[in-house]
Design a protein around this ligand. Sequence first.
Ligand SMILES: [Zn+2]
Length: 244
Amino acid sequence: MFSFINKIIEKRKLLKEISLIKERIDTTNIVFITGAGISIESGIAPFRGKNGIYTKNPELGFKLRPDSFKTDPQFLYDFHEEFKRDLLEKKPNSVHEIIAKHGHVVITQNIDDLHEKAGSDFVLHLHGEVNEYRCQSCGNAPVKGDFLFHDSCDCGASLRHNVVLFKESVLHIEKAQRIIKKASLLIQIGTSGKVYPAANLAVQADFSITVNPELPDNSHLFNYNLVGNPKEILKLLLDEDVIK
Ligand SMILES: [Zn+2]
């Protein structure tokens, strides 16, 4: 009973906080930073955290590294091909859809294509995209589509999935910083804020909010931290008719 009352009090506090924030935000140019948390409901397991791919199979963390291109390239190829195949039947959920409706730019740590499937036009994939491939050696731009394990680039080097592995640098970070500087509002959603440099992007924002089931590790960088169900919070925050 006590926890039930507590929940009601918490919910009221959250609703009050959201209505206060709604008075302060400028929604003309919203930029989202998203992480694995938003794809879980669509059936894509996160790499880290509870039920994460690495948590269940810590050995994978050691194999999904650039060294494996030398020691076990077939493993890297097969792992990402399986991820791609699984992705074919995955659908975006309502969080992806709300983001597509309101976000001018999405900066994501996810390698899946659910933002694109939901209709987001401009998605910056900091950790690459599993549906793309590129050369392991030259700087040719990544290509969308499939490749075979033994296929090679025009330059003769082997190809790889365009996915950032452990110890590799993230992509587009400077572009992401520039985009966030111009945003009227930054919303970070579905990420624990543990993975840098993405976790630090919020320092560029004028006004920023996190939306997550738990307080993220980088919460101190934001103006507001909304803790609860991301779908409900986003609806309340962005669909003007819900709260007056
Ligand atoms: Zn090449």
